[in-house]
Design a protein around this ligand. Structure first.
Ligand code: SAH
Length: 300
């Protein structure tokens, strides 16, 4: 299909760096998830980056998933003709494997050094579409299911974006610590603003863990694969989402404090009887929702 650039205005350049090398093409054409090993995937990443003269950038969280077992478990979640959004296709290995089992993959990549290789896979398969832009600026069509080995530095912002833009389902690889925050229960050390925000809108399940050696080059932390499925009955209306976001931010900046004091001192509202004596980190999602409704009632 096509490879578009948004924001950055270059049209597709055909220079000596254009990826036309026959062995790169055949590398992709022969990709078969059932025949790949971790060693072979690392070798492919090394060959592709070398051939295409790509220098990996730590600041963009460029750690490629090279664990065929994990990839198999991820792509098992695709149902036939689904349309998929991949945030950060990079050198396109996962993108290509996704395209073999789904209807359409739209890849959104920030780093222009992957343009040639991504252009090439668009030519090889007619169900891959690439947009070169920052995923945080890309409006996510809500009929797309997100699959992404997320660059760790944008994880929280991108998840907040999923909430705001109504993403229905996302299967994401995130830092283990973030996975723990996403699934944390009230009263636990990992429970915070992100847990409340996400659990209000999604059923969240940690599917499995992935060690750091499943990535090339390996990051400094382990990861987990998490499934977010939009709740059909979110506990709060989108109309008050902005209030919800502000209130949860404020509350959890005082996570160990008594709820009554925080509400009185910073929001000027009386604590509901059932929340008297609780500390912020003990508030359930429903408790936070009831506070947001109180605050929204005062504003309206
Ligand atoms: N999906 C690939 C690569 C994951 S590495 C794989 O697992 O094999 C993360 C990718 O996200 C890199 O390609 C990086 O350049 C890209 N990326 C980083 N920040 C981004 C952003 N803000 N928007 C879109 N892509 C981004």
């Amino acid at each position: 299909m096509k490879c578009r650039e948004v924001e950055l205005c270059i049209t597709s350049r055909t220079s000596s760096r254009e990826v036309s090398m026959q062995d790169v093409v055949s590398l992709f054409k022969n990709l078969d998830i059932d025949k790949l090993s971790r060693r072979k995937m690392i070798m492919i990443v090394k060959r592709l980056t070398k051939k295409c003269r790509i220098r990996l950038k730590r600041r963009f969280g460029q750690h490629f998933l090279v664990d065929p077992g994990a990839i198999r478990r991820i792509i098992e979640h695709i149902r036939g003709s689904e349309k998929v959004l991949e945030i950060g296709p990079g050198i396109g290995l996962l993108t290509y494997l996704l395209s073999q089992v789904c209807g359409l993959v739209i890849g959104v990549e920030i780093d222009r050094s992957f343009i040639n290789i991504l252009n090439m896979i668009c030519k090889l398969r007619n169900n891959i579409d690439i947009v070169i832009t920052d995923a945080l600026l890309f409006k996510i069509p809500n009929d797309l299911k997100v699959f992404s080995n997320l660059p760790f530095y944008i994880t929280s912002d991108i998840i907040v974006k999923f909430v705001r833009e109504g993403v229905k389902e996302a299967l994401i690889t995130v830092q283990r610590e973030v996975a723990n925050r996403l699934t944390a229960v009230p009263g636990s050390p990992d429970y915070g603003r992100l847990s409340v925000l996400v659990q209000c809108f999604y059923n969240v399940r940690k599917l499995f863990n992935i060690g750091r050696l499943s990535f090339y080059p390996p990051p400094e932390v382990d990861a987990s694969v998490v499934l977010l499925e939009r709740r059909s009955n979110p506990c709060i209306s989108m109309n008050v989402l902005h209030i919800f976001e502000k209130v949860t931010s404020l509350l959890f900046s005082f996570r160990n404090k008594n709820v009554e004091k925080v509400l009185k001192n910073y929001l000027n509202v009386q604590v509901p009887d059932n929340l008297r004596g609780k500390r912020v980190f003990e508030l359930s999602v429903d408790d936070v929702v009831s506070i947001v409704e109180l605050v929204a009632g005062c504003i309206e």
